[in-house]
Write a protein that binds this ligand. Structure first.
Ligand code: GEK
Length: 247
């Protein structure tokens, strides 16, 4: 399936609108996320590896804010537990449509993959089934901060003993110097991946109202408050990290 290079912010825009996951974004999304999120391919593949350690027979595995289903595909490459059902959810119709096409492609290439239900919907309104693995791969940061605790509590309630939540997020740092250093290094990462100063600046303006990163300390405390017993960071590259939270 073809996807294009991300040139969405390459030309000067008269007015920068808030970022939305529309068809233009879907078309360039694989290129955009790989060139913008340090460590993304490593995180995605290893979510599959980690999930295989937690997945239990007769449970659901959730990919929340699935976009084009990269995590779902990794789950299907690695998890071999019997009778698991993957549920991939996104509230962008354009993402869900293309995600279904990609998964159809995976189905036609490999046999005996876990079944997947791709749902177009709001993860805040989801009725969770008993689950051994929930992935929030760079999705929680797009949920309104006041709605994050309730979502995490509902995920915690759905997790069976021995299951896990994998939470990946862009991080904010409470120490100003640390925040500045990692912001500068992230800009250097984007520059090294071919983004111009204009693209970097316009994308930042578009995303700053819709994506609200938290600090690692905030994540840890909120997960503990939601009833998780342990929070284990397993990956960090610059200001992007992934955590395993155990019920
Ligand atoms: C990946 N996990 O490739 N309900 C459902 N979906 C939502 C909601 C919501 N309330 N809010 C945002 N989304 C993916 C990458 S992208 C991260 C995740 C990024 C969806 C939104 O439509 C988008 O597809 C996704 O969350 C965030 O591993 O673009 O930085």
């Amino acid at each position: 399936m073809s996807h294009d290079l991300d040139r969405l912010f390459a030309q000067p825009l008269p007015r920068i609108q808030d970022f939305v996951f529309n068809e233009d974004v879907v078309r360039v999304f694989p290129d955009m996320i790989k060139r913008s999120v340090p460590g993304y391919p490593t995180i995605v593949e290893n979510i599959g590896v980690i999930a295989a350690q937690f997945a239990q027979p007769h449970t659901h595995l959730y990919d929340l804010g699935c976009s084009l289903g990269a995590v779902t595909q990794a789950l299907r490459r690695h998890v071999t537990a019997d009778n698991c059902q993957v549920v991939a959810v996104d509230n962008s119709a354009a993402m869900v449509e293309r995600c279904r096409e990609y998964l159809h492609g995976q189905d036609s290439m490999f046999q005996e993959l876990l079944p997947v239900d791709v749902i177009e919907g709001d993860i805040l309104a989801l009725q969770f089934q008993p689950s051994s693995l929930v992935a929030l791969n760079f999705t929680l940061q797009f949920i309104a901060p006041e709605q994050r605790p309730a979502l995490l509590s509902r995920i915690r309630q759905a997790l069976v003993p021995g299951g896990a939540l994998i939470l990946s997020e862009k991080l904010r740092f409470e120490d100003e110097d640390e925040q500045q250093l990692l912001t500068d290094l992230h800009i250097a990462f984007k520059r090294a991946n071919g983004y111009s100063e204009l693209e970097i600046a316009q994308k930042r303006s578009a995303i700053e109202n819709v994506m609200k990163p938290d600090s690692l300390e905030t994540h840890r405390q909120r997960l503990l408050d939601a009833g998780f017993s342990k929070v284990v960071p397993w990956f960090q590259c610059l200001n992007f990290a992934s955590l395993i939270a155990l019920p």
